[in-house]
Ligand binder design. Sequence first.
Ligand code: NAD
Ligand code: MN
Length: 375
Amino acid sequence: MAKHRIAVIDGDGIGPEVVAEVMRVLEAVAGPAGFEYETTFFPWGCRYYVEHGHTMPADGIEILSRYDAIFLGAVGDPRIAPEEVTGVGPVLAIRFGFDQYANIRPVKPLPGAPYPLARPTPDEIDFTVVREATEGIYVGLGGRFAPDDPQVAEIAAMRKIFGRSKELALQTGVYSEAGCRRVIERAFRLAEERDGKRLVTSATKANAMKHGMALWNDVFADVASKHPDVRSEWNNIDALSMRFVLKPESLDVVVAPNLFGDILTDLSAALLGGLGFAPSANLTDSHFPSMFEPCHGSAPDIAGKGIANPTAALLTLAMMLEHLGEDVAARAVEDGVREVVARGAVRTPDMGGSASTEDMGQAVAEAAVRLVECA
Ligand code: NAD
Ligand code: MN
């Protein structure tokens, strides 16, 4: 019997609330689906920061490397720690540390979830965003400089307003040929596996970002030429964001650099009914663990009330189970979530209901167990 070792970082705010329901459903399906698992909780994030001055221990990455997968709730709490230090500290450290370059964010609306568009119908939408997650503007390079700092002399002279500012900040993006290639390649492979429209759309902006996005475009064209069975196209990010609202049914696989993908996937979460419905996986090719986390943050505005929607976290659990090779359990959890949302008897406030996070988790656990048993 397979035994999976799962590291759990439940984090801050609603993180622990939704993770509790993930644990409930995992425990419920494991036996019937015939696998064993072991979880270890790591109390990292803002609460840890308040005590220790950092969001995770120095050997945190090494500790996590011994697990088969990482499940993360959400970290960040601007009320107790400064956002630039703690906001996504461990998340980025783990993505970078384990080379989790492919952030996979499926967009397949659930019937019964709040749906914002007049058209198309929710069942016409089924696409996945593959967001590059280790490069681009999130690498953290740059700094804040006085305009007379010799390091920025040339830049300060570029525009009058730069020279007479009190301060200049540089935020440098890094785009590597190999880094672009592996994520774009993965998007094409996904388009082949999905057997949907077999279309890959590249989110870009080479007209304004003429170094990084030009490299991205060159690599995209090269990878596309090696996959003649998949159609390809590019869209500038501004036009593409409009298309996410006006013609989302025209998409199949979208591949995007880090920042564009981050923003696009909160937009696509709106198509799903809100952040409470948007799952994600951070995949690596290395022997290190991949990480599974809902797209949402710690939602301080609703934390502690027991009303967070655990759907995103539960769909993320389904993605983790699939990754671990537990296809029966994965399908049962995903279908269980879909069944509960479609039935509509248990709805959290973001769905217009008054059910609690726990009510929702319990309903999904029951549905998933039944689905495993008839699989
Ligand atoms: P957020 O995702 O936490 O919340 C945005 C809005 O969506 C809020 O109104 C919130 O109530 C709602 N929402 C989010 N998840 C929900 C759920 N499961 N059910 C119902 N409603 C939900 O984003 P934010 O407010 O920009 O960030 C809050 C904190 O989370 C910040 O510290 C931020 O840095 C952090 N953050 C962490 C991650 C992560 O851990 N990967 C991701 C994004 C933001
Ligand atoms: Mn985000």
